[in-house]
Design a protein around this ligand. Structure first.
Ligand SMILES: *[C@@H]1O[C@H](CO)[C@@H](O)[C@H](O)[C@H]1NC(C)=O
Ligand SMILES: *[C@@H]1O[C@H](CO)[C@@H](O)[C@H](O)[C@H]1NC(C)=O
Ligand SMILES: *[C@@H]1O[C@H](CO)[C@@H](O)[C@H](O)[C@H]1NC(C)=O
Ligand SMILES: *[C@@H]1O[C@H](CO)[C@@H](O)[C@H](O)[C@H]1NC(C)=O
Ligand SMILES: *[C@@H]1O[C@H](CO)[C@@H](O)[C@H](O)[C@H]1NC(C)=O
Length: 484
């Protein structure tokens, strides 16, 4: 096992390894790909250095554990490179100042063995969880209380082998595992990877901040529930952009705990930017808020997204016992094609068996701004129902053109609104009476930037392994600098 430590700057290509030898690191362009990260790492190793076998059958659980134990403790940070091949492994945990780099055609395969995913408690903001006394299986890739975690590469794949779990769903005693769940962590970057076939959520940052998701692909079975793409959960200052998501449930879902547990835990999801996504989710939506939103969801800015063959563009779900709030939601420029409801809101969402104590006060939903959108082949423009006696307030819609699907007469109403209030301007077809009051020509959209949108990443070179085994990658890296 030979980890090469490289003390060199990005431009300085000669390097010194742990044994004091001088190695000549190849320029990144001669067999590596530059990638962006919060910080480059001082040490790097390939899974092959730790006994990795990429045949899709041999277990690499020990190799991953050894590699992350070693590289995760490396001064100046460590980077684990996964070369082309299929690396089967049981769940593993990430480390601080750590980069998992998947080369082209690298696949990390989640072992389909229930016993390898011990059941853990529901999250504290969820209390009993959204099932009958349910715990949850350990996530496949997880991390907790970390700083600066990066998963990137040249579009390698992390495959959760979800079908194994879907087939057993009726008999499972806990929630199916999430593919990647990172908790209580600052500075997370996930880019240029494919996340496939998660048993449940694909990427679930919880109680975290400063998160970037950029240029990823998420591919899941379109008929399986709860295989949501990206779920910021009680997470702040997060940017999600330039990605393609096709999944069985929401492409992006914003959550923050459930009922009285979520209200008391009081960790909102806020400062979230979502842009340039393409989403396909036949029974769900591009962006969903709730139904678990008891810690609050606010300051969401979504623009330039495309959603096709899906149930909804924007969906807000809650119920009278949830508490919390959904405030200052700004969405513009969604292109929608073939939707059941372009917009869906409900204050009576109750399809989950729920054993939590309810919040003391009903949720407050206000300041929902939707503008500059086109949609075609839509069955219902808006199914918008708030809570009786507690309407969803301050809904603003402007410059929205929805082309309805051809339906045999009598055509269903384009809008179906109750317990909602707000204003509108230039909306086609003509909007429902509760939102018909004349509003500003354009609804609000923030002009400032979120802190995460101004973070400058470093360019880090990575070298492709010279051979399939033995000491391999020797990237040049800069010593970590404090993140913003
Ligand atoms: C990454 O791989 C996925 C799955 O093979 C593919 O659908 C996607 O187009 C690839 N993305 C890029 C940027 O090459
Ligand atoms: C999707 O999941 C369903 C239900 O488990 C299964 O019947 C179907 O074969 C899966 N589709 C694909 C493409 O794997
Ligand atoms: C319109 O939507 C329906 C489903 O509601 C779908 O079957 C049909 O193919 C779509 N038409 C076009 C032209 O996309
Ligand atoms: C209305 O929205 C469309 C996008 O759907 C956009 O191209 C256009 O500029 C908007 N019009 C105004 C007046 O903002
Ligand atoms: C209108 O919405 C209410 C709930 O808000 C629902 O019960 C009703 O079925 C809807 N009507 C139509 C025609 O979809």
């Amino acid at each position: 096992m030979d980890i090469i430590v490289v003390i060199a700057s990005v431009v300085l290509l000669s390097a010194t390894n742990v044994h004091g030898r001088k190695d000549l690191a190849e320029p990144a362009s001669a067999g590596g790909t530059d990638f962006e990260a919060f910080n480059c790492r001082a040490q790097s190793g390939s899974i092959m250095d730790f006994g990795g076998v990429g045949d899709g059958k041999t277990s690499n659980t020990k190799a991953f554990q050894a590699a992350i134990t070693k590289l995760g403790a490396a001064p100046g940070g460590g980077q684990l490179i996964i070369p082309a091949g299929k690396f089967l492994t049981s769940p593993f945990k990430l480390a601080s100042h750590f980069t998992l780099y998947l080369q082209k055609d690298a696949v990390i395969l989640a072992a389909p063995e229930e016993a390898e995913y011990p059941v853990v408690d529901a999250l504290p903001s969820y209390g009993k969880g959204n099932g009958p006394g349910m715990g949850r299986f350990t996530p496949f890739i997880s991390g907790s209380d970390l700083t600066d975690v990066v998963i990137t590469g040249d579009n390698g794949t992390i495959d959760g082998q979800g079908q194994f779990w879907y087939d057993k769903d009726a008999t499972l005693k806990a929630h199916r595992p999430h593919l990647i769940e990172i908790m209580n962590t600052k500075d997370i970057l996930i880019s240029k990877v494919t996340l496939a076939n998660s048993p449940s959520y694909h990427f679930h940052p919880v109680y975290s901040s400063n998160v970037i998701v950029r240029g990823i692909t998420i591919l899941a079975n379109l008929t399986t529930k709860n295989t949501d793409g990206i779920i910021p959960d009680s997470t702040t200052n997060m940017l999600i952009e330039d990605s393609y998501i096709a999944s069985g449930e929401d492409c992006v879902s914003l959550k923050s705990g459930m009922d009285d547990f979520g209200v008391k835990f009081a960790k909102p999801t806020s400062q979230i930017a979502i842009r340039r996504l393409t989403c396909i989710t036949p029974t769900s939506s591009l962006i969903s808020i709730g139904s678990e939103m008891s810690g609050g969801v606010s300051d969401v800015r979504a623009e330039d997204n495309t959603v096709i063959n899906s149930e909804s563009g924007i969906r807000i779900k809650t119920n009278p016992g949830r508490g919390g709030h959904v405030k200052d939601i700004h969405v513009r420029k969604i292109t929608m094609d073939t939707m059941k409801w372009a917009f869906f809101m409900t204050g009576e969402f109750a399809s989950q068996p729920n054993k939590n104590p309810p919040a003391a006060t009903p949720p407050v939903i206000e300041g929902i701004n939707l503008m500059d959108m086109t949609a075609k082949n839509v069955s219902t423009a808006g199914q918008l129902g708030g809570i009786k006696g507690h309407p969803f307030n301050g809904i603003c819609m402007s410059n929205i053109t929805i082309e309805m699907a051809k339906a045999p007469p009598p055509a269903p109403p384009a809008w179906n609104c109750s317990d909602v209030a707000g204003t509108s301007s230039t909306v086609t077809p003509p909007i429902c009476p509760p939102l018909a009051a004349k509003g500003p020509p354009a609804c609000k959209f923030p002009t400032d930037k979120l802190p995460i949108e101004t973070v400058k990443l470093q360019k880090c070179p990575v070298q492709v392994s010279a051979k399939a085994s033995g000491p391999s990658a020797s990237p040049v890296g800069k010593a970590p600098s404090p993140s913003p």
